[in-house]
Ligand binder design. Structure first.
Ligand code: LLP
Length: 442
């Protein structure tokens, strides 16, 4: 199994402040419901989401965009962050749209009640039948990311006897200054069209009976730590939008992508607040002179990430070599981000440790039961002396948690609970273990 993985170095190791996860009498709650009660009722591991936190995050981005740009802004939630139906339905109720990347996500979004006219379709590998379904559903725009894809969209529209609404997703070659796995705005990545290529198809699109150029789009990456790359990308996008109009397209919208950051607890300095992101977008629009378009933004994690914790129980504690291992019942199968990106997620005991056990923290590795050395939720993390049976809350698990989960080692998908005030609702039940082989034949 090789050497122990090296701990990523983080400047801070604090639990981010999330209003909806208060401590009452030393015990962590989600809004009005104690996490210990949820663990008792639903077992562990379980994802717990706060409805109020999602509402607050949506309101913050909506008001930031309205205040900064003074324009009609569509928030197209990148549903890949967390596509639980209850969350989608809740956001749909706020007038939220969706950024989707597959036919499955299209159906999910529509089923949850998201209006197709508020859906945009990103992704470099859309299949012809997914494109057809999107055209038939009347979504706002298919974000075309390559010339061969443009050909397929045109031929699907022709076959349906209609015009497909599209947007050109350009790759502005801007460095988002984020983790390389979540940076998407450089030419070295697979995403979007280089500007020259996008320009070269403009004439063809404008004269096509099968295509309607609805907009232009870009997404430079996630967890944008500063706003300058966003301004730069939006300025490039804005100038390109004006070129499209000059070429005869009746272009309506400009989609500036996602990337709105959230706090995981290791930040040396806080991320800029939503209003600064809104202002950065507005600055890019001003620089380019493209101030007339409808705006779309595609936040993912910022809407749902802080609203979720992964609730897990300590199975064993052991010391091996120089390391203290806290073995818990959640694993990389429920939260892949630490294993995949060495991502930091704050972890806190659900009940404050008793004075007898010791409140003093010391470093430990929080690991899961999966047979991989990379199966860790935290490395060299200062935690108090926890023991078997204790509950831990892993923060920032509302985004890219359940969505990236897997059933490796025949692990049963964790349950999901949504809390609203004093009410908790199981919004996805833990399936029976037999569901793992329900479609196998022998
Ligand atoms: N729009 C597009 C076209 C995207 O590809 C993405 C994310 C978003 C919006 C939303 O980005 P956000 O606002 O959530 O940063 N699994 C990784 C994240 C991959 C993101 C892929 N695209 C993680 O756990 O960090």
């Amino acid at each position: 199994m090789g050497d122990a993985p090296k701990a990523p170095s983080f400047a801070r190791t604090e639990v981010p402040e999330v209003a909806s996860f208060p401590r009452k009498d030393g015990k962590l709650h989600c809004e009005g419901v104690s996490l210990a009660a949820i663990a008792l009722a639903q077992q562990t591991p379980t994802y717990v989401y706060s409805g109020a936190e999602i509402d607050t995050a949506f309101g913050a981005i909506r008001s930031a965009m309205a205040a900064a740009t003074d324009r009609d802004v569509l928030i197209a939630y990148a549903i890949k962050a967390n596509a639980n139906m209850a969350i989608l339905a809740r956001l749909a109720g706020h007038g939220c749209g969706a950024d989707i990347v597959s036919g499955g996500e299209l159906l999910r979004a529509k089923t949850a009640g998201i209006d197709p006219s508020r859906i945009v379709f990103s992704g470099v590998g859309k299949r012809a039948e997914e494109i057809r379904a999107a055209i038939e559903s009347g979504i706002r725009a298919i974000h075309v990311e390559s010339v061969p894809e443009l050909d397929v969209v045109a031929s699907e529209a022709r076959a349906l006897g209609t015009k497909a609404r599209i947007a050109l997703r350009v790759n502005p070659d801007v460095d988002a200054e984020t983790h390389p796995y979540i940076a998407t705005g450089l030419h070295g990545t697979k995403f979007g069209l280089e500007l020259d290529v996008a320009r070269s198809v403009l004439g063809r699109i404008v004269s096509s009976p099968d295509l309607q150029l609805e907009g232009v789009a870009c997404h430079i990456g996630s967890q944008l730590g500063s706003t300058a790359p966003l301004t730069e990308a939006v300025a490039i996008l804005g100038r390109f939008a004006l070129e499209c109009r000059a070429a005869g397209a009746s272009l309506r919208s400009l989609d500036v992508g996602g990337g709105w950051p959230m706090h995981y607890g290791c930040e040396a300095a806080p991320y800029p607040p939503p209003l600064e992101f809104g202002r950065a977008i507005a600055a890019g629009l001003r620089q380019s002179g493209a101030t007339e378009f409808d705006l779309i933004t595609e936040p993912g994690r910022a809407l749902v990430g802080p609203a979720g914790v992964l609730l897990t129980r300590v199975l064993y504690v052991k010391t091996q070599g120089t390391r203290r291992f806290v073995v818990v019942d959640a694993a990389m199968t429920e939260l892949l981000r630490p294993a995949l990106y060495e991502a930091y997620h704050a972890i806190a005991p659900v009940a404050l440790p008793s004075a007898t056990l010791g409140v003093q923290t010391s470093p430990c590795d929080v690991v899961g039961p999966v047979c991989e050395s990379g199966d860790f939720l935290a490395l060299e993390r200062p935690l108090p002396q926890v023991q078997a049976g204790d509950l831990l809350a892993v923060y920032g698990a509302g985004a890219y948690g359940r969505e990236m989960s897997m059933t490796y080692n025949a692990r049963v998908p964790a349950a999901e609970v949504l809390v609203d005030g004093a009410l908790m609702k199981v919004v996805r039940a833990r399936p029976p273990v037999e569901s793992l082989w329900a479609h196998e034949h022998w």
